[in-house]
Design a protein around this ligand. Structure first.
Ligand code: ADP
Ligand code: ZN
Length: 294
């Protein structure tokens, strides 16, 4: 009897980890959600979960910044994250210590989601996909022709500057830059600005106009620099149903007809894989990691 190969996927988010085991067709057999606390605790639970299975390879899509440079002595580390207990954490090294020489693919959470949406989600059939998350942080991942874009390092699209509305005096919430795009529109930024969690704010609150304006400018900038065929917007903040159309309008406004684009309803979409985009990308990467060594 041939035994099905199993793949291990990890979506390491700033709030929660999702760990999953899937078969060769990427059907998820078991999955667990673990709170992101301190590495000893969160990674300990991760180990307990995967110890139940004999997986062939792992795909990890992690919150960042992370070191993806194979020549670097800190390859596989989470680096300068504001989440202090995770600063300079040797994620891949710990996985190797526990699980031996199994192939491990390592990329950012948004890169994983971008690959998944491009392969089997809202950007399926598009030659390129920009995936942005607007959640605990803001980040962007770009995939093209089925490959994730990794260069000297991974992009840090959440930390670009946009022009703040002259009536808006919010200082921002990014510990590094104050009012970068993450500092203006992430979930914690919205909460810092209003004193209320995003999910509890009314849909006609003025903050959503600011969020749409800033995201619109940012997406216009990414459009001009990357020229993606499709943009997918995920993350907890996008659970605000009124936001998507507002953002589409602001992107059009910021671009002022300078570039030829499809209809905004085609160009900018919500993830088709919903909250599963990240874990699906991790599993796709695990499958590829195994193929690459065979
Ligand atoms: P992570 O970034 O850890 O992967 P999420 O993408 O779920 O997690 O983002 C969590 C953030 O999204 C939190 O800051 C939360 O306040 C915010 N959020 C969740 N639901 C909503 C909502 N319905 N409206 C606005 N913000 C929300
Ligand atoms: Zn920043």
């Amino acid at each position: 009897m041939t035994r099905d190969l199993l793949y291990g996927g990890i979506e390491a988010g700033g709030t929660k980890f999702i760990c999953a085991v899937a078969d060769e067709d990427l059907n998820i057999i078991d999955q667990v959600r673990i709170d992101t606390t301190v590495p000893e605790e969160t990674m300990g639970e991760l180990k307990d979960f995967f110890d139940q299975y004999e997986v062939e390879s792992f795909g990890i899509s992690s919150f960042g910044p992370i070191d993806i440079n194979h020549d670097s002595p800190t390859y596989g580390y989470i680096t300068s994250t504001p989440k202090l207990p995770w600063q300079n954490y040797d994620f891949v090294g710990q996985m190797k210590a526990w699980f031996g020489d199994k192939p491990i693919a390592w990329t950012t959470d948004v890169n994983g989601a971008s690959l998944a949406e491009n392969t089997m989600g809202a950007a399926e059939g598009a030659n390129s996909c920009l995936y942005l998350t607007i959640g605990t942080g803001v980040g962007g991942g770009f995939s093209m022709n089925g490959e994730i874009y990794h260069a000297h390092s991974h992009p840090e699209m959440g930390h670009i500057k946009v022009a703040q509305d002259p009536h808006d005096h919010f200082e921002g919430a990014c510990p590094f830059h104050g009012n970068c795009i993450e500092g203006l529109v992430s979930g914690p930024a919205i909460e810092k600005r209003t004193g209320i969690k995003g999910a509890d704010l009314p849909s006609d609150h003025e903050v959503w106009d600011y969020v749409a304006d800033y995201l619109g400018q940012a997406i216009a900038n990414y459009t001009l620099t990357l020229a993606p065929e499709r943009v997918v917007l995920g993350g907890g903040v996008m659970h605000q149903d009124q936001l998507l159309d507002k953002v589409r309008l602001q992107v059009e406004k910021a671009l002022a007809n300078y570039v030829e684009l499809p209809a905004m309803t085609d160009y900018i979409q919500l993830p088709k894989l919903g909250d599963n985009a990240g874990i699906t990308g991790s599993l796709l990467l695990a499958k590829r990691a195994l193929k690459d060594v065979k």
